[in-house]
Design a protein around this ligand. Structure first.
Ligand code: SF4
Ligand code: SF4
Length: 433
């Protein structure tokens, strides 16, 4: 009974913190612009199934993809066991599904154990790849101490949680032999390797070990659920809405600005433009509230894998730009604004902005708009969209583009081409042909 009460209190406390963070993230995303209704829903659901559920884009790099798949399946399938933990915790039962599933329970437990071992090995491999082999994309400039620590903490936590499952099952198997009150699970292959570690223990100690591992696992999972809302690991949830809302147009398509299009049409006598009404909006984006909600969802969905940066020609040629940093900065800024609003602070009016305080003009000016980052991203994130919006702000609101660009803008406006020739002279070269 005491355990049940303790469990319900634990659930309530963690539930409170998880709910608080979920609502905060929702409100943070709502700081962005609502870009209206969602079209082509069947294509979007297909993207969710193929890219988020199916991990399709991950398989461009086979070995990490297979290991990542184990972690992902472990997350999805082992959570079924967590459901049993929850019911047992609240109802005061032990392995409540076992009598209903019979031998199917043994099969299921062995599957969970196989996945636990696979997750464990995959995490060890990823830790070695990050910290011993020092894969360059995990050590570039934006991967400061916190993102590196975050990634390591996630991997270590997953290893420890998997060890807790195996320890619990090993102790439980011994208890089944010593006490008939323990529900029979059948033989469990992987945890059986740990049995020699525990078999000389007193039954009372064994009970303690089993209970400790049970509590450790469930409290660990609940704590992890709170932690990931602050971490890059949030991508395990945010990848789904992100792939749903991702842009469906061809990669080269750049969103027009309807106000500008209308003005140009009016200038060319192609359309009647109604006189402007209300507050004039901002051209492009200076801060997170000028970006779309889709951009902000993408910032939360970024797993900081650096595949985008490792393909970015600007980054590869030593420029300051990193598309991963663009996403990390967007997320950091929206979190900063959210924290401030939560405390009743100035929020967006804190004198800071995404452009300038987080992302510099030097970074956005280095982008070639090549879309390599968009192509590389395994969860359909589009850093280029944010870069273009920031550049639009610099060009149109601050006239702050480099002088050579301004000359080109001027030429396009007057000559309809980036060069200095008038439209009439542009084909002079053909006279001598
Ligand atoms: S679009 Fe820009 S940020 Fe993306 S890869 Fe190309 S140069 Fe880099
Ligand atoms: S934007 Fe995509 S490719 Fe780039 S770091 Fe984030 S998840 Fe990885």
């Amino acid at each position: 009974m005491i355990q049940q009460v303790l469990f319900i209190i634990t659930l309530a406390v963690f539930g409170f913190f998880i709910r608080k963070r979920v609502l905060r993230i929702r409100d943070n995303i709502r700081l962005g612009k609502d870009t209206g209704g969602i079209d082509r829903k069947s294509e979007r659901f297909k993207n969710v199934l193929l890219i988020a559920f199916g991990q399709k884009k991950m398989f461009k790099r086979f070995i990490p993809a297979v290991l990542h798949l184990f972690i992902y399946l472990g997350f999805l399938i082992i959570n079924l066991e967590v459901l049993e933990f929850m019911i047992d915790g609240v109802a005061g039962t032990h392995r409540i599904f076992a009598p209903y599933l019979g031998s199917g329970y043994t099969v299921l437990m062995n599957l969970f154990e196989f996945l636990a071992v696979a997750v464990l090995l995959a995490c060890i491999f990823f830790l070695i790849r990050r910290n011993v082999l020092k894969l360059p994309r995990f050590w570039s400039a934006e991967m400061t101490s916190w993102p590196r620590l975050d990634a390591n903490l996630i991997l270590i936590t997953e290893i420890v949680l998997m060890l807790a499952i195996l320890t619990m099952n090993a102790a439980d198997q011994l208890l089944q032999l010593r006490d008939e009150h323990y529900t029979a699970t059948g033989s469990l292959f992987f945890s059986a390797f740990l049995i020699p570690v525990f078999q000389n223990m007193e039954t009372s100690v064994l009970i303690l070990v089993e209970r400790f591992a049970w509590w450790f696992h469930i409290v660990g999972i609940l704590g992890f659920a709170v932690y990931i809302t602050y971490s890059k690991h949030l991508h395990i949830f945010m990848a789904f809405p992100n792939t749903f809302y991702a842009k469906l147009e061809p990669k080269g398509h750049i969103n027009n600005m309807p106000v500008v299009t209308n003005e140009v049409k009016a200038m060319l006598g192609l359309a009647q433009v109604a006189p402007p009404s209300g507050e004039p909006g901002r051209f492009g984006a200076k801060d997170v509230n000028d970006l779309s909600r889709t951009n902000l969802i993408a910032a939360y969905a970024c797993t900081e894998c650096g595949r985008c940066t490792s393909e970015c020609p600007a980054n590869l040629t030593g420029k300051k730009l990193s598309p991963r940093k663009i996403m990390m900065d967007t997320r950091d800024r929206v979190e900063e604004v959210g924290r401030s609003l939560e405390k009743g602070g100035a929020g967006l009016n804190d004198g800071k902005s995404l452009l300038g305080d987080y992302i510099s003009k030097e970074e956005i000016n280095a982008c070639t708009s090549c879309n390599a980052c968009v192509e590389a991203c395994p969860v359909l994130i589009n850093p280029l969209e944010i870069i273009l919006e920031l550049r639009r702000y610099v060009a149109m609101e601050e006239s702050g583009s480099p002088a050579s660009w301004n000359a080109m803008f001027q030429n396009i406006e007057t000559n309809f081409a980036p060069w200095k020739f008038s439209a009439a002279d542009r084909f002079n070269w053909a006279n001598d042909v």
